[in-house]
Design a protein. Structure first.
Length: 41
């Protein structure tokens, strides 16, 4: 059971890292907001 929970924790951690990736420097945040709007404004 511990192994299953550890695996789940690792997958959750990796998903958060992917979601928190910073955009390339060539893109302005306001341009990205137009292309990919978010609900947290």
């Amino acid at each position: 059971m511990r192994r299953v929970l550890a695996h789940h924790d690792e997958q959750t951690r990796r998903a958060k890292e992917r979601a928190a990736a910073t955009p390339a420097l060539a893109y302005r945040p306001e341009d990205l907001q137009v292309l990919f709007p978010t609900t947290d404004r």
